[in-house]
Ligand binder design. Sequence first.
Ligand SMILES: [Zn+2]
Ligand SMILES: [Zn+2]
Length: 225
Amino acid sequence: MSLSIHPIVLGFNRCYVVRGERAILIDTGPPGSAAGFVKGIKRAAIEPQEIALIVVTHGHPDHIGSAKEIKDFTGASLAMHELEKECLEKGVLRVPPAVTAWGRLLMKLMIRSVRDLKIPSAKVEVVLGNEDFSLVEYGVQGRVIHTPGHSAGSVSVLLDTGEAFVGDLAMNGFPLRFGPGLPVFAEDLQGVKSSWKRMLERGATTVYPAHGKPFSAERIRRTLA
Ligand SMILES: [Zn+2]
Ligand SMILES: [Zn+2]
């Protein structure tokens, strides 16, 4: 069965519904995004109960912030890496270090409003480890892959057809970057590069970042070369 991809813009985040026989949602946006999500799936003619699984790429507040409300609304299970699930289950605020001068300036500007965020906590039913996790039983031909670097427990969704939903393993667009490329915030930039090498080897062709528009994985290949 062919898959369709539906981006849903929530604040400065971009979440994605991937729909096959059933559907998955990738990331949930900052706190208070549930109404935007409801509007987004309605526009795409997706029923809430079609969403079988919510894959949260990592524990930063702009990715987990509306997980509880969206989970309650859809009835979907939540999947997250074991290293970051406490961010959501206990509402722990984690902020990544900047790795560029621009990133440092941005973080200075944003840090106060980030610190004030309150994360509604939710139970993670599907705890991901370092091995691949197949999405076939959720109706999608693809898998979740552990891609550490931006944070230690970051994961990406790679469809069998090459579309890669990478969370913050790449970023595109203002204010984070002026074009597509590696993240301006990362716990381990070398780790970001190694994760990208693996994603490319495993067939990633189009990058769907959590911030900004999709772009060709060739851009990343050239950056790494
Ligand atoms: Zn992040
Ligand atoms: Zn982010």
